[in-house]
Design a protein around this ligand. Sequence first.
Ligand code: ADP
Length: 666
Amino acid sequence: MSQTEAPSLPPASAAGRRRWIQHLPYLSLALFLVAIAALVWLTRQYDADEQRTTLINDVLWMEQNLRFHLDRNEVYLQEIGRELFAGQPPSPEVDARLASLLNQERGLVQIMWLAADGRMIGAMPPHPAAQSSAADAGAQAVDEAAFELARSIGRPVYGPAHAVIGGTHHFEVHVPIWSEDATAGMVVGVYSLTDLVVRELPWWFSERYRVAVLDADGREIAAKSKVAPLSASLAYTMPFDPPGHGLTLQITAYKSDTRWVPVLLGASIVLLAGIIVWSVRQLRRQLARRQRAEIALRAESAFRKAMEDSMLTGMRARDLDGRLTYVNSAFCRMTGFSADELLGLKAPMPYWDPERLEQTFELHRQILSSGSATEGTEVRLRRKNGEVLDVLVFEAPLIDAAGRQAGWMGSVLDITEQKRAREQTRQQEERLQQSSRLITMGEMASTLAHELNQPLAAIASYNTGCMNRLVDDQPIDRRELLDIHERIARQARRAGEIIRRVHDFVRRSEPKREPLDLNTVLRDAIGLIEADARKRQVQLRVELGEPMPPVVADAVMIEQIVVNLVRNAMDAMRELAPAQRLVEVRTARHGRFATVSVADRGAGIPTDIAARLFEPFFTTKAEGMGMGLNICRSIAELHHGRLGFETRPGGGTIFTLSLPLDAPPA
Ligand code: ADP
């Protein structure tokens, strides 16, 4: 038998732990996402740092490059100045060098050479002031302050940036030229900011950065840019010195192209995390469904188990080999064997009746081959304690889920008690029949004796008359003789008739049940015994109760009981004076029973006799048979009634017969 344990409630701490475990996947997933986000952020941060470092390096490189460029130009201007101020008119070679200095790559757009007093001597490309002889004309063409400063300190000086026609800005470098400890003149190089900053930069630099020159007020005066979004966070500003004068260089990195691989990787990680969350949720939902199903299943199996245990019908299953595979509690209770002792056993079973092994085997084989009869098969078994166990077995094929026969399922009904009751009733009926037969035979014998006595006596006397005639040798009148013989024959026929009537009576002795009015039955019975009572000088007092529903019984048998009880009552009062001999017979209704009571005023029944009163052949009378009360009680029980007695207050005994009324309870 399967054991199902009742689901026990988990303690509170276990429930808390389970809830915590349920949230663990989400928590770890959230932490994982945070870690991924931090990683991405850090990578970007490293990227930004690296870009900034690159920017700074590039900017430093650019600054050095510009400075180097300006310094080199200063040297070239110094060299060319020396030749310009050597006294001779400039040779074509000098012109060529001037021209080479003025190419766009160097940023120089004009070179002027002025005398120490500021007068412009010459310029390339030519400058209008160079044709003027006025000393201040040259000075006006260049930045005066720078000119003065350069002349006084004897070192190259840069002038401030200034706008020129066309929107561009220029600045100058004043390079003093020395000749024997005195300033011989000044070579002024005019730089175009745009040319210098923009065109000087290598392509890769301008690909990465936007370079702009701002004046002291922060206005942009030159720029190299292309149409591309700028990265605000990656910008660098540094003083543009030389030329100085508040000029600054602003370098801003272009926004780099979005790098799709990390973006896609990040997106796929988020997507995967989403899928994980979804799958965890699905899994949990499925788990919850499963748990619900499990609980329902457990409840169902507990219910089935309870049903099984409380069932009174024994159940047992056998496989196709006849091996026991299942027994329920009722079956174990019936046989007295435990499930462990029975499961797995094959025939002969320990609960088979050892005295009927062969028969039981035959039944077993029959049931296994074709099942039991629809109305069940009766089998006698033995309990473990040796008691007889009568059962009714209903066997049916056991069909498994695949529709195949897996064995046999038997329902076993304990009918021991019913069988015993049936047997008892049968024995009682047998006894009753036997007693009835005895009574009938007795009655028959007395009736026969009494009734046959008369014809036989008549036959005997006719016979004696004839014989006397024959003995006396008197002449015999044939007619008279014939008459006598006719009389003898008539008496013989009468005797035959008597015997036939008795025979008919014997044949009619089967109980014939029908609804009866007990008062009527009682009246008839009293009618049968009245003559006897009169003869015995006994007074009969009959009190009939109010009309009541009928009783289903055999009228003759009930009459027989009443006659018997009244006769016993009269017997009990034999010793009394005739005036005191009174039998009271009453009918009454008590709930669902109708009663007839017969009271006498005799000596009563001593206790030792009372115990044996109903035993067959118990009698205290010399002529008694001792069967009367025994038969009366059997008849009462046959009618589902009772026969009892009690002591009558004031002396005597009351015998009471109760019979069930054929009516629903009042
Ligand atoms: P029987 O009448 O042939 O003796 P019964 O079975 O009718 O057989 O009675 C058994 C015995 O019960 C009687 O012999 C008698 O001793 C006792 N008995 C029966 N009825 C009465 C009664 N009314 N009063 C006293 N004794 C009784």
